[in-house]
Ligand binder design. Structure first.
Ligand code: SAH
Ligand code: DHB
Ligand code: MG
Length: 222
């Protein structure tokens, strides 16, 4: 089994189940042409996020890690007309590209991009009374995941859903010899989820056009 077949099957699934969408294709093209890293979620993963947020009936979504706004657009499409997605991004140039992409997708009225280190913008969300969020997607720097989880819990209510991207990392998460700070951050995230009685969680390994990785999924208990 190789990356080639994973990609071919991702293409097959996209082709059968995801409608061609010029807004999303433009977003990926703009993001790439602006020289941003090509680490947006894949189309099938974006659709998964949208479906999960719809299944949750989310009205308020928080995303940590915007990049070019590709996953933001998928998630915002799950919202009702009066819904809100707040997305946090530390690099102003990324936020600018995302702003353009989100505007082109016609979603500016329901998406707010907050520029700054998430560790500084998360406390502001709490102070401003923006919480609780129904659905939270964590996808910024991996060493920050443990703190993002703690903040997500503060900004949640019973029933809120918390999803984290990139928690398998080619299998490195289960390799005790790997002490890459990204892997260590993800392991700490697992420890926190395991030790928190307010959370019921699992993680799912994925293969596809983005290689071998995975998502964690958790729900906040009463
Ligand atoms: N969710 C996006 C991909 C996000 S990539 C998508 O799938 O389309 C991760 C992003 O997190 C990058 O743009 C990076 O600049 C941002 N980031 C990294 N550290 C951050 C921090 N401390 N606060 C906010 N954003 C951060
Ligand atoms: C990386 C970050 C991501 O969010 C992702 O989906 C893939 C890779 C990275 O930092 O390498
Ligand atoms: Mg990611």
């Amino acid at each position: 089994m190789s990356h080639e077949i994973w990609s071919a099957v991702d293409d097959y699934i996209c082709d059968r189940l995801l409608r061609t969408d010029s807004m999303l294709e433009n977003t990926l093209r703009n993001t790439e042409e602006a020289g941003l890293p090509q680490i947006s979620v894949s189309p099938c993963q974006g659709k998964l996020l949208q479906l999960l947020a719809q299944m949750k009936g989310a009205r308020r979504i928080l995303e940590i890690g915007t990049l070019g706004g590709y996953s933001s657009i998928w998630l915002a499409r799950a919202l009702p007309k009066d819904g809100l997605l707040i997305t946090l991004e530390v690099i102003p140039a990324h936020a600018e590209i995302a702003k353009t992409n989100i505007a082109q997708a016609g979603l500016s009225s329901m998406v707010e991009i907050r520029v700054g280190n998430a560790l500084e913008t998360l406390p502001l969300l709490e102070k401003e009374g923006m919480a609780p969020f129904d659905f939270i997607f964590i996808d910024a720097d991996k060493p920050g995941y443990p703190e993002y989880l703690e903040w997500s819990l503060r900004l949640s209510r019973p029933g809120s859903v918390i999803i984290c991207d990139n928690v398998v990392r080619g299998g490195a998460v289960a390799d005790p010899g790997n002490d890459d700070p990204k892997v260590v951050g993800v392991r700490h995230l697992f420890d926190l989820m395991a030790g928190n009685p307010r959370l019921s969680a699992t993680a799912i390994q994925t293969v596809g056009s983005k290689g071998y990785d995975g998502f964690s999924l958790a729900i906040v208990a009463a």
